[in-house]
Design a protein around this ligand. Structure first.
Ligand code: GRG
Length: 284
């Protein structure tokens, strides 16, 4: 039932990002149609919108005007989408399918897919400028949060460590570090940035940040369990490293930790608690 309740945010985020790019189609004719098609293909091919959903639940929690957070949520989703397009490229994972559909480069070719990812990365920050320029202090803070989480110290660092782990075997601690950076940072910042945009008290911002860090790790552990169940398990999967039973126990422990941070919020959030359970039970 609560998932149906959240479906409106899934649709809103889709509409919001689509409108953003469609404006280029109608008003800025120098933007090539093929580029917009490639960008929108990946933005709108059945992603779960897990990160923007978290942002919008935070907006609900603080009873904020959705438009205060929606551009932030969309910017995070744009960064996430770019990372998937680039991750699928032949020079990275060389994947043919994503979400059960041909990957961006399989449809649009490698050069355009690369550039669609670049455009999404750049446009995410343009989105922040467009919607938060009237509050420059907030806007700059959001730019700092998103660039740090997705860049050199965040997601990209995690991706590089992940690549290096193809040649040098990792232990459990090293794998956790990779996932905290590669997957966890963007999930964490989706929550933290939304709390900042809503003007949450500092203690709440911190609690949501720590909740996000644990949830981000839990998200990746659940992903490893799902990959393993599908026979898609490499040496960097928690299941191959520590075993299935231990991975399930680790997921349980990290999920419980995420919930403890929610207890520290000024007001409880049932929906954020449910997102931990959603991750525990998700099948895709
Ligand atoms: C910039 C090349 C490059 C990589 C950055 C995030 C990342 C590193 C690569 C993406 C590939 C990947 C498998 C990352 C692990 C995180 C993860 C499980 C991503 C999938 O996220 P979901 O399940 O995706 O939220 P949907 O399809 O629902 O949008």
């Amino acid at each position: 039932m609560w998932e149906q309740d959240l479906q409106k945010w899934v649709l809103s985020v889709g509409d919001f990002v689509s409108t953003h790019f469609d404006i280029y189609r109608s008003e800025f004719l120098e933007v090539p149609t093929a580029l917009l098609d490639s960008v929108l293909y990946s933005l709108n091919t059945g992603g779960k919108r897990f990160r923007p959903l978290l942002s919008m639940i935070v907006a609900e929690h603080y009873e904020a005007d959705p438009m205060r957070v929606l551009p932030w949520a969309a910017a995070v989703e744009m960064i996430h989408t770019y990372s998937l397009i680039h991750d699928d490229l032949p020079c990275m994972d060389n994947d043919d399918l994503r979400r059960g559909k041909p990957t961006n480069h399989k449809v649009y070719g490698e050069p355009l897919a690369l550039l669609a990812g670049d455009a999404l990365l750049t446009e995410a920050f343009s989105m922040l400028f467009k919607f938060y320029q009237t509050e420059p202090g907030l806007g700059m803070q959001l730019v700092e949060k998103l660039s740090t989480a997705s860049g050199l110290q965040g997601m990209i660092a995690g991706q590089v460590l992940d690549m290096q782990a193809d040649h040098t075997p990792v232990d459990e601690q090293a794998l956790m570090k990779i996932h905290k950076l590669k997957t966890g940072q963007l999930i964490r910042v989706a929550l933290e940035g939304a709390a900042i945009a809503c003007g949450a008290v500092q203690n709440d911002v911190l609690s949501l940040k720590f909740y996000g860090e644990s949830l981000g790790l839990a998200f990746q552990i659940r992903d490893d369990l799902l990959d393993s169940a599908e026979g898609d398990e490499d040496s960097k999967n928690f299941v191959s490293l520590i075993g299935k039973k231990e991975t399930v126990a680790l997921l349980d422990e990290v999920s419980r930790k995420a919930k403890t941070y929610l207890n520290k919020l000024q007001n409880p959030s049932v929906k954020l608690l449910q997102m931990v359970d959603y991750n525990l039970n998700r099948t895709k």
